[in-house]
Design a protein around this ligand. Structure first.
Ligand code: NAD
Ligand code: DAU
Length: 335
C-alpha cells in the first residue's frame, strides 16, 4: 500500500510514520509537511534512509505542488496536517481556517481528481464541544465546537462528509481524545509541565485545574488509524479513546511526583477563553466493528512518557530553540 501522510513531521504524524514502517514494512509512505513551528524532521531521523519512506516539504493548501505527488499514484491519503493548538487559535484564527479547512478541501479535490481509493481525516473529539459531569461522546453526538481550532476541524469534517455524499469518495473520519507520548511539542499540557518542572519554573494551570481530558497513548491512536485505513467502512466516522479521564491537576501532580518536584510549583492562572470542561469518548464502535484495543495503560504510559522526555532533553531544547529548523535549511535548503 502507498500512503500519502500529511503532517508527518508533527507529534502524531511522526509516531504514525514509525508505526506503519514497523508494522507494515512493505508499505510505502510519502510524508508531506510544510514544517511549521510544530513540524520537526528530527522525529524521523531514524527512518530517513528507509527506501519505503520519502519526505517532501509541501503546504497542503498548495495544489500545484501537491499535484505531482498525486500523479505518482497513491492508495490512501491520511491527513494529519493541521494547526493543532487551541490557545494559538484564540490568538490567530485565520491560519487555522487556512490550513485546517482550505488545506483539507485541497486534498479532497485531488483525491477525487486522481481517484485515490481512500481518504482518512484525522479529526478530534473537540468537534463535539464539551460534556457536563456525565455522559460520553458517541459518533452521533452533534458537532458543537467551541474554539476557533475545533470549529476549523469541524468545518473540515463536514467537507469530508460532503465529498462522500456528493462525489462518492471513500472517506473516514477519526475523532480521538487527547494524546500523550514521545515527540509532542512542549506547548501542550504534558510536555510543557515536564519541561517547566525540570527547570523549576512555575506550572501554569488554567482556571481551577478541574477540566477533564480522556488521555490515550499516541501508539494506540496510531493503531486505530491503521485499522481505519485498512478496514474502515466507507463514509463512517470512528471515535477513539481509552477511558482514561483525568483532571488537569491530577496529571500535573503525577508529573511532579515522578520528577520529585514540589507541588508549590503549581500556579493557577487565568482560564483559557471558552475552555471546554470535560471530554470523554465512547469507543464502542471502533472496538466492535474493527476490533481495536488500546495496549497502553495510562499509569505506566505516562511514566514511560516522562522518562522519554528525560532521556531526550536535547530534543526538547532543539525544539524550543528552533535549532532543528536551522539545521534543516543548512542540510537540505528549500525542497
Ligand atoms: P502537531 O501540531 O504536532 O503537528 C501538525 C503537523 O502539521 C506539523 O508537522 C506541521 O508542520 C504540519 N502542518 C501544519 N500546517 C501545515 C500545512 N499547511 N501544510 C502541511 N503541513 C502542515 O499536531 P498533532 O498533535 O500531531 O495533531 C495531528 C492531527 O491530529 C491534527 O489534525 C489534530 O487536529 C489531530 N488530533 C490531535 C490530538 C492530540 O491530542 N494532539 C488528538 C486528536 C486529534
Ligand atoms: O482532545 C483532543 C485535542 O487535545 C486535540 O484536538 C488538540 O490538537 C490537542 O492540542 C488537545 O487539546 P487540549 O486543549 O485538550 O490540549 P492542551 O494540552 O492544550 O490542554 C490540555 C488541558 O490542560 C486543557 O484543559 C487546558 C489545560 N492547560 C493547558 C496548558 C497548555 C493548562 O491548564 N495549562 C497549560 O499551560
Amino acid at each position: 500500500m502507498k500512503l500519502l501522510v500529511t503532517g508527518g513531521a508533527g507529534f502524531i504524524g511522526s509516531n504514525f510514520v514509525h508505526y506503519i514502517l514497523k508494522e507494515h514494512p512493505q508499505d510505502q509512505i510519502i510524508n508531506i509537511d510544510s514544517l511549521t513551528y510544530a513540524g520537526n524532521l528530527e522525529n524521523l531521523s531514524t527512518v530517513d534512509s528507509n527506501p519505503n519512506y520519502k519526505f517532501v516539504k509541501v503546504d497542503i493548501t498548495d495544489r500545484m505542488a501537491l499535484e505531482p505527488l498525486f500523479q505518482e499514484g497513491i492508495d490512501v491519503v491520511v491527513n494529519f496536517a493541521a494547526e493543532s493548538h487551541v490557545d494559538r487559535s484564540i490568538l490567530e484564527p485565520d491560519v487555522f481556517v487556512r490550513t485546517n479547512i482550505m488545506g483539507t478541501q485541497t486534498l479532497l479535490d485531488l483525491t477525487k481528481q486522481y481517484n485515490v481509493a481512500k481518504y482518512v481525516q484525522v479529526s478530534t473529539d473537540e468537534v463535539y464541544g464539551t460534556l457536563g459531569d456525565t455522559g460520553l461522546f458517541t459518533e452521533e453526538t452533534p458537532l458543537q465546537p467551541n474554539s476557533p481550532y475545533s470549529a476549523s476541524k469541524a468545518g473540515a469534517d463536514l467537507l469530508v462528509r460532503a465529498y462522500h455524499e456528493t462525489f462518492g469518495l471513500d472517506i473516514n473520519i477519526t475523532r480521538c481524545s487527547n494524546n500523550y507520548g514521545p515527540y509532542q511539542f512542549p506547548e501542550k499540557l504534558i510536555p510543557l509541565m515536564i519541561q517547566n518542572a525540570l527547570s523549576d519554573k512555575q506550572l501554569p494551570v488554567y482556571g481551577d485545574g478541574l477540566n477533564i481530558r480522556d488521555w490515550l497513548y499516541v501508539d494506540d491512536h496510531c493503531s486505530a488509524i491503521d485499522l481505519v485505513v485498512r478496514k474502515g467502512r466507507p463514509g463512517e466516522a470512528y471515535n477513539i479513546g481509552g477511558n482514561n479521564e483525568r483532571n488537569n491537576i491530577q496529571v500535573v501532580k503525577t508529573i511532579l511526583n515522578e520528577l520529585n518536584k514540589p507541588e508549590s510549583l503549581i500556579t493557577y492562572v487565568q482560564d483559557r477563553l471558552g475552555h471546554d470542561r470535560r471530554y470523554a469518548i465512547d469507543a464502542t464502535k471502533i472496538r466492535n466493528e474493527l476490533g481495536w484495543n488500546p495496549k497502553h495503560n495510562y499509569e505506566s504510559g505516562i511514566r514511560e512518557t516522562i522518562r522519554w522526555y528525560l532521556n531526550n532533553l536535547e530534543w526538547m531544547e532543539q525544539v524550543r530553540s528552533g535549532a532543528y529548523q536551522q539545521y534543516y535549511e543548512t542540510q537540505y535548503g528549500e525542497r
